[in-house]
Write a protein that binds this ligand. Sequence first.
Ligand SMILES: Cc1cc2nc3c(=O)[nH]c(=O)nc-3n(C[C@H](O)[C@H](O)[C@H](O)COP(=O)(O)OP(=O)(O)OC[C@H]3O[C@@H](n4cnc5c(N)ncnc54)[C@H](O)[C@@H]3O)c2cc1C
Length: 375
Amino acid sequence: MNQHAIVIGAGLAGSSAAERLAARGWKIDLIERAHAPAQGASGNVAGVLRPLPSLDDNRLARLTRAGFEHACRHFAALTAAGQALRWGQTGVLHLARDETHAATQQRVVEIRKAAADQLYFVDRQQARKLAAWPVASGGWWFPGGGWVDPGSLCRANLARYATAITAHYAAEVAQIDRPADLWRARNAAGDVIAAAPVLILANATTARHFAVTAHLPLRAARGQVSHLAATAGSAPDVVVCRLGYVTPAIDGLRCAGATFSVDDGEAALRESDHAENLAKLDFILPGYGNGIQARDLAGRVGFRPLSPDRLPMIGAIGDAAAIDPDAPSPSTLRNAAPARSLPDQRLRRPRHRLVGSRRRTARLPGHRRPPAAAR
Ligand SMILES: Cc1cc2nc3c(=O)[nH]c(=O)nc-3n(C[C@H](O)[C@H](O)[C@H](O)COP(=O)(O)OP(=O)(O)OC[C@H]3O[C@@H](n4cnc5c(N)ncnc54)[C@H](O)[C@@H]3O)c2cc1C
């Protein structure tokens, strides 16, 4: 096959796919509706980087461990190649939300026999030292974790093999079709932006705007991060999580967040969401936000693309119309692969529960809304 692909979307997904294909000798046409990469969910100041271990070492745990290990190697390679990637391997302290959770965290460390350089359980005193702030509980300590500036990662991905990647910015794909052997991406006027034998959809939830992928169980979760003024070297200088997160100081600010609301399309910042982030901050680092008013805060809103089970959607798009909802395929279910291919046979199931609804919910003290995610 002609090693030529169109990638739609220049966020973390699209820039990563483009970089990996370009490294293998592929030519890429990258199409992005914004004027630059990382203007969607991938445009936050910082994202938290660490795996999500579980007692049963489930798919999400295995996947995030592999992703974390890959990310660390990839970041080192980008840096060695001279790319201006911004990240800090400061360590991540994930405090237990209560005693039951602390016991589970301890058990995970014992059962999984996690390599000591990847995961420890620390008691409250040790946690207090790591955070340089009085905290309410002990928790997991990931010394190799940290934060990354996702925009710098997208730009570094695209710059590493720049000659192989033709970027079309300010170009919105309105329609895709494949009349013969080539996929064509067209704008609203019907003009072909690019054509190639392979098309990769990395345009988050708007993948559903195309007829062939309209059936995908994708939804958006609005997330607001609050930006707090911070002086360099002030505490904490590690990432601290507890039903929310707070980062070290990055360019004079600290990110605290984040809210999580499904199918909520409001792009403007909300004072009530800043207040929610301040409540989370108080749960993580008691008293840290005293004197900070929600109305004074800046921040950023993004929309997370969500799959029902939080696993990635990877693989060839199937013909949804050919799937018989009344005829489940036992062999497919029996041989389920670790990361799903599309179309997922589970599309036959009439109802998809959103990730947030399946997660154990907990309430912040004195707070009305259940924080469905720590990011
Ligand atoms: C508040 C918040 C906090 C988060 N915190 C963390 C965290 O701490 N750690 C972590 O790992 N993850 C975090 N995430 C999740 C992470 O940011 C997302 O999973 C990730 O950025 C998704 O990347 P993406 O490339 O799939 O989507 P996006 O970054 O949204 O990229 C999709 C791109 O496609 C483009 N596009 C869409 N439609 C078209 C079209 N028709 N034609 C051309 N271009 C198009 C968009 O402009 C956009 O640039 C957070 C997300 C949010 C919102």
